[in-house]
Design a protein. Structure first.
Length: 118
């Protein structure tokens, strides 16, 4: 079984920063990506970015490029989402997820709320 626990959300003013953490436990075999997603009120969940578990390569959606950075510490089984220059439109519940092989993102955390005030 795989468990993911996010933390680090909160309330921040526009232009501020937050760092989210996601501790993942359980099987590592065939784990290829760790992803971050978000869901704003009344909207569908959207992809934010991902990092390859082995090589650390990252990919981001256009709206967060240059502002958000994903990193990981394999020794701590933790993935981070550093969010800078936050905007009110970044307000959402943020989820981390683990992808395994061709199955995709099959394990999800419970989410952490990020609220950016204007």
């Amino acid at each position: 079984q795989v468990q993911l626990v996010e933390s680090g959300g909160g309330l921040v003013q526009a232009g501020g920063s937050l760092r989210l953490s996601c501790v993942v436990s359980g099987r590592t075999f065939n784990r290829n990506y760790m992803g971050w997603f978000r869901q704003a009120p009344g909207k569908e969940r959207e992809f934010v970015g991902r990092i390859t578990w082995s090589g650390g390569n990252t990919y981001y959606t256009d709206s967060v490029k240059g502002r958000f950075t994903i990193s990981r510490d394999n020794a701590k089984n933790t993935v981070y989402l550093q969010m800078n220059s936050l905007k009110p439109e970044d307000t959402a519940v943020y989820y981390c997820a683990a992808s395994y092989g061709s199955q995709g993102y099959i394990y999800w955390g419970q989410g952490t709320q990020v609220t950016v005030s204007s």
